[in-house]
Every structure is written in C-alpha cells, then in structure tokens.
Design a protein around this ligand. Sequence first.
Ligand SMILES: C[S@@+](CC[C@H](N)C(=O)[O-])C[C@H]1O[C@@H](n2cnc3c(N)ncnc32)[C@H](O)[C@@H]1O
Length: 269
Amino acid sequence: MNRTELYLKRSVVAKRDGEEIINRIRKNVQWMEHSKVLDVGCGPGNVTHDLLLPMLPDSTEIFGIDKSFEVIQYANERYGKKSKMTFRQMDIALDTSALAEYNEYFDYIFSFYCFHFILDARSALKNIYKLLKPGGEFLFTFIVSGNYQELHDRISNTQRWGTYISKYNETFLFLPENQRKDFEDVIGNVGFEVIDIYVEPKEYSFPLAVVPEFAFSHFPYQIPENLKDEFALSIMDTIKEMEFHCIEEGKEYFCCKYEMLFAHIKKPM
Ligand SMILES: C[S@@+](CC[C@H](N)C(=O)[O-])C[C@H]1O[C@@H](n2cnc3c(N)ncnc32)[C@H](O)[C@@H]1O
C-alpha cells in the first residue's frame, strides 16, 4: 500500500471533522453560480470531491492544490477526468507564480487540516490573499494544539528517534493559547477581515495499533524502512507511558484530544 492509499485509509479524523465543518458552512454561506473555488492542501481530493463538490452549485469551477506530487497525481487520476475539478502540485507557502494567471481569480478558497503543516502561515495567507478576488472569502480549519503534539515531542526528544524527527514547533504550526492572538494579528496584517474565528476542543479514539499507520501517513517522518516496526512499538509504548491511552470494551485506544481552529475571513472589496 503506498502512502496515499494509507492516508485515505487512516484519514478518518479529517473526513469526520471536514464533514462537520462543511455542514456548518453550508448553512451560513449563500453560494453564487459560476464561482471559482480553490481547495488548498486538498490531499488525494476525496474531501474536495465527496464533501465540497456536492455543496456547491453545478456551475462552480473547482481547483485543488497540494504540495505533494503523489496525492495530486492520485486526485487527477481518480477525480480529474470525470468531474470539473483540476488538481495541481503547489506549495501555498512558497512562490505561487505558477498560478499567476489565477491572481484575483477565486471567489472562495477552502483549506481543511492543512495549515498545521505550514510553519510560515503569513506567507501562505499572503498567497491566498493574492489568489482571492476582492470580496472573496477564505474558510479554513487546522489543529492548533493537542496531545499528539506532546507525544511527537516526547519521541523527538529521545536519542533513538531525535535524529529522524524534529520538535513539533520547528516543523509545524503549533498555536498554544498564548499565541492565537498573534495569529489573528497576522490575518489582519495581511489585509483580511475576520468574519468568524474560534477554537473548539475535539476528541477521537484511535485503536492503539493503528496509530503508527496514522503517523506514517500523516507526518513526514524519515524513519528508515528497517526501523519502522521498532518506531511503531515506541509510539504505542509512549502513548501508554504518557497515559494518553484508554480502554473501551476491552480494546486499547489512543485518546487523541486536540483543538481545532476554524476561521472564515474575507478580502475586502
Ligand atoms: C491532513 S492532509 C488534509 C487533506 C484534505 N484537505 C483533507 O481534509 O482530507 C494535509 C495536506 O496538506 C498538504 N500540505 C501541507 N503543506 C502544504 C503546503 N505548504 N502547500 C500545499 N499543501 C500542503 C499535505 O501534502 C497534505 O496532503
């Protein structure tokens, strides 16, 4: 099974939370006909296709971008041919000149569970601002804190694994409560108006044995192939040591507790 297939198998949290957010968005936004929509960090395109597409009028033109070539290839093969969706490889935090013809093109930009992978949020927000039409809206979610980050940091601080994974906040965007105001300031400094922004606590119980697959499919860990089994045991042992596990109906789970930020922001007219 390749990494994209593994991601699809293990992306239950992204699907569950994406569906919940889209149901909320659906009630609050009036979609215009012939809109241009972009999904940033679309992954293999399943959320774009299964959740975004049905919410939007048939006349909508939908694009998806992701920095991973592998997922874009999958999305184009799986969905690109039979729907009006186009997928392109692009890192939203880097140069978006390849999308220069799309400056001020999009009415709505979405991004689900991608921003926690972007350390330079300011640069990504600036690029999104450029791509939006005046009056265009950006709606996004990402995980701002949680016990997975603590688990990651505990493992990255060990001698055994520290050479393969770096500390969470050196690679990913991590926003503990005292840094959220700064993030809102960045949004404002880029030029956006805030329509809505909030953080809410969430939980998901992963069967303990699937946590290693979740980790390998979601995080860019550079663990050598021959050490993956040992790494998997280490993650499961560390979850227990840190008392992040729980037993439900006789089965062991990782009780993943996290906070999700949702923001709905607008480029002024
Ligand atoms: C957890 S997946 C979410 C995928 C999809 N949005 C969903 O909800 O299932 C995060 C995706 O963001 C992509 N990503 C991370 N950093 C990115 C960046 N700087 N630019 C574009 N995509 C990025 C990753 O490659 C990955 O496919």
